[in-house]
Write a protein that binds this ligand. Structure first.
Ligand SMILES: Cc1cc2nc3c(=O)[nH]c(=O)nc-3n(C[C@H](O)[C@H](O)[C@H](O)COP(=O)(O)OP(=O)(O)OC[C@H]3O[C@@H](n4cnc5c(N)ncnc54)[C@H](O)[C@@H]3O)c2cc1C
Length: 228
C-alpha cells in the first residue's frame, strides 16, 4: 500500500503535470501535498501560452478541458506603462488566460485525479526524507511513511526536498520577491488586457494589474531580491 515507483511531492501545476505525463508509464505513482484543495497560492495568476502548449503536448483533450474550464478570462494584450506615463500595448498572437490559482490549481488536480493513475494524498506534508542506495523513505507530518524508488520535488519555491536533498542556495540577484492582493471593480482597465507599470524609484521591479473573472483583479509589486 505504501510502496510506489515514484513519489511526486507537491500537487501544484508542476506536480499534477508530472503525474499526467506519467499516466501511460505503467509506474505506480503517488502525489503528496501538505494542503487540502482548493488552496490559494500567491501568484500573478497569468496563464501564459506555454500552459496551453504544454497541456496539448501531454494530450489534446487536456487543452480542450482548459478551454472549457469557466473560471478564467482570455488575455490577448499587455499594456506596459513607462515611468513617464507613455505606454505601449503588445498584442498576443497565441492563446493565454488569467485564472486565480485557487481555481486553476484545483482544475489541474481534478484533471490529474481523473486522467492519471496516480494515488493522491492531500492535507499531509513531507517532514523527513531519507535515501538509501535503492529506496527513498518519506515521513509525513501526520506520521505516515511512504517508500519509492524515485522522488520528484514539485513542492514550490520553499521546497522541503530542495532543503533536505540539495545544497542549492537562492541567488538574490536572480530571484524576485513580491506582494500580491485582490481588488474588485477597478476602473479604467481595457478588456482582456494585463497592465505592467514601471515605477520610477522602484527599478528593477514593476507593479502589475491582471484582470480576472467576476470584476476582480490580481495586483502586485515585484522586485529583484537584492534590491528590495
Ligand atoms: C508573486 C508571484 C507572482 C507570480 N506570477 C506568475 C504569473 O502571473 N504567471 C505564472 O505563470 N507564474 C507566476 N509566478 C510563478 C508561479 O507561481 C510558479 O512558477 C508556480 O506556482 C510553480 O508551480 P509549482 O507547481 O512548481 O509550485 P506551487 O504552485 O508552489 O505548488 C507547490 C505545492 O507543493 C506543496 N508543498 C509544499 N511543501 C510541501 C511539503 N513539505 N509536503 C508536501 N507538499 C508540499 C504546496 O502545498 C503546493 O501545493 C508568480 C510567483 C509569485 C511568487
Amino acid at each position: 500500500m505504501n510502496h510506489f515507483d515514484i513519489i511526486i511531492v507537491g500537487a501544484g501545476p508542476a506536480g499534477t503535470a508530472c503525474a499526467l505525463s506519467l499516466k501511460d508509464s505503467g509506474l505506480k505513482v503517488l502525489i503528496l501535498d501538505k494542503n487540502t484543495f482548493p488552496r490559494d497560492k500567491v501568484c500573478g495568476d497569468a496563464i501564459p501560452n506555454t500552459v496551453p502548449k504544454a497541456l496539448k503536448m501531454l494530450d489534446e483533450n487536456y487543452l480542450e478541458a482548459l478551454r472549457s474550464f469557466p473560471e478564467k478570462i482570455n488575455i490577448d494584450s499587455c499594456k506596459v506603462i513607462a515611468p513617464s506615463g507613455k505606454s505601449v500595448t503588445l498584442h498576443f498572437k497565441l492563446e493565454g488566460y488569467a485564472s486565480a490559482r485557487m481555481d486553476f490549481d484545483n482544475f489541474m488536480l481534478k484533471l490529474a485525479e481523473k486522467e492519471s493513475m496516480a494515488s493522491i494524498v492531500t492535507g499531509d506534508g513531507v517532514q523527513e526524507v531519507t535515501m538509501s542506495h535503492d529506496q527513498v523513505e518519506v515521513t509525513t507530518e501526520k506520521g505516515n511513511r511512504f517508500y519509492s524508488k524515485i522522488i520528484i520535488g514539485c513542492d514550490g519555491a520553499h521546497s522541503v526536498l530542495n532543503k533536505k536533498l540539495t545544497t542549492t542556495k537562492i541567488d538574490h540577484d536572480h530571484y524576485i520577491g513580491a506582494v500580491r492582493a485582490y481588488y474588485k471593480n477597478v476602473k479604467g482597465l481595457q478588456p482582456n488586457t494585463m497592465e505592467i507599470h514601471l515605477v520610477k524609484g522602484f527599478m528593477p521591479g514593476y507593479f502589475w494589474i491582471f484582470p480576472l473573472t467576476n470584476n476582480s483583479c490580481n495586483t502586485g509589486f515585484r522586485m529583484v531580491s537584492s534590491s528590495i
